[in-house]
Design a protein around this ligand. Structure first.
Ligand SMILES: Nc1ncnc2c1ncn2[C@@H]1O[C@H](COP(=O)(O)OP(=O)(O)O)[C@@H](O)[C@H]1O
Ligand SMILES: [Mg+2]
Length: 387
């Protein structure tokens, strides 16, 4: 794989020049996405809004040449037999290309721009994605080794939030990250990064996320962070979480918390092991501590709409309780969604674990959920005394 840091300045300039009409869009740091639908329609996303640009390729062949250039620079190929390809730009941006016969109205190219300085917790608070108390809660949960699932649709900010949550992992732990295309940017010292590999032209030598999850268990991980669970690896992750590898983090594609649970069940079934539904649910209920749900609002903003705790099973149903909830208060004059993200007041079971672990808990939160352990003092830190 080519890496921007190994390429000379001139080569880098030539690379960007070869991108033709999208060169400047790729270099523009204020854009988060570049979307090409055929030679005539080039869209970008800026601050959550999609805009049509006046850029155009000369014709379909011109666009095909640029796609071919991008794809072959990372050793992949696109043609009528493999008309869909994932690749990356030299700067790390994720690329997806689709051509005929799959693409009906000309080749399509989607570039998810790599952000050199990814959003931090404070940014998400400033954007109104999440409240400071909820960040404090998630931070304490990550430090206390809770198993966290981040759920949301495409582009809702799952990977971004996963990156923020992973940044809360203590620096002395050994972290193994597993992704389809490396996007996470962790700053801890001890990080082992792995990326899956699609099958080659003969359909061989594929290394799936699942293979990497299984392999990671032999690498003495303190934490396993999986970029996104899509299939059978869900079973291996649940088993890992249930056998001492707690504190694992991942994301999955689902539009609600309930939906996330049924997606998990479906993914476990994809592992091809015949498990009764009840056994699967028991695995889920005992492995997963929290589900954080993200949604993209009509105004383009991304919001954490709920943080839900899994509490156990009742009969055949997984039980859960909402700890934080976004309460919508309608729309302001600019069309922006208004509302507040606040604790529901239900005391999370995990609170006792957080106090016992002695992790920092924001004062606002320990006021709502005080330390109930009797006869102990000084364990909860200054926040607790402030409560
Ligand atoms: N909370 C947020 N507010 C505004 N933009 C965000 C937020 N989270 C992510 N983004 C932007 O949205 C795009 C998609 O984010 P990403 O985390 O990759 O989503 P997902 O993993 O759900 O597909 C990126 O360009 C990212 O910079
Ligand atoms: Mg993602």
């Amino acid at each position: 794989m080519v890496n921007a840091s190994e390429v000379s300045h001139d080569e880098l300039q030539r690379y960007y020049d070869a991108l033709g009409p999208i060169r400047d869009l790729v270099l523009d740091q204020s854009l988060t996405e570049v979307m090409v639908n055929g030679p005539e329609n080039i869209y970008v996303e800026r601050a959550g809004k999609i805009l049509l640009t006046d850029r155009k390729f000369d014709d379909e062949n011109h666009l095909l040449r640029v796609i071919d250039f991008i794809v072959s620079a990372v050793g992949r190929r696109i043609d009528f037999r493999t008309p869909m390809v994932d690749a990356r730009l030299l700067d790390g941006s994720r690329v997806n290309a689709v051509i005929a016969p799959i693409a009906l109205d000309g080749p399509m190219l989607t570039i998810r721009k790599f952000s050199r300085d990814p959003y931090q917790a404070e940014d998400l608070v400033n954007f109104g994605t999440i409240s400071p108390e909820a960040v404090g809660f998630l931070k304490a949960c990550v430090m206390a080794r809770a198993n966290l699932l981040i759920s949301g649709g495409t582009g809702t900010g799952k990977t971004t939030l996963l990156n923020v949550c992973s940044s809360f992992i203590p620096t002395d732990e050994r972290i193994v990250t597993i992704e389809d295309a490396a996007e996470l940017q962790l700053h801890q010292e001890h990080v082992c990064r792995m990326e899956s590999r699609p099958p080659d032209l003969n359909g061989e030598h594929r290394v799936a996320i699942r293979d990497l999850v299984i392999n990671s268990l032999r690498m003495r991980p303190d934490r396993i962070v999986v970029g996104e669970c899509r299939a059978g690896e869900a079973l291996d992750m649940l088993q890992a979480m249930n056998t001492g590898h707690d504190g694992s983090l991942t994301t999955l594609h689902a539009n609600s918390t309930r939906d996330a649970l049924s997606r998990l069940e479906t993914m476990v079934l994809m592992a091809g092991i015949d498990l009764p539904m009840r056994a699967i649910r028991q695995q889920v209920a005992s492995a997963v501590d929290l589900i954080v749900q993200l949604s993209r609002m009509r105004d383009g903003g991304r919001k954490v709409t709920s943080i839900t705790e899994i509490t156990g099973m009742e009969g055949d149903t997984i039980t859960m309780q909402e700890i934080f909830l976004f309460e919508s208060h309608g729309v302001d004059k600019q069309g922006n969604i208004k509302g507040v993200f606040r604790p529901t007041g239900i005391r999370p079971h995990i609170m006792d674990k957080l106090f016992a672990a002695g992790v920092p808990i924001p004062p606002e939160l320990s006021r709502v959920f005080p330390d109930r352990r009797a006869g102990e003092s000084g364990q909860g830190g200054p926040e607790r005394r402030a409560a």
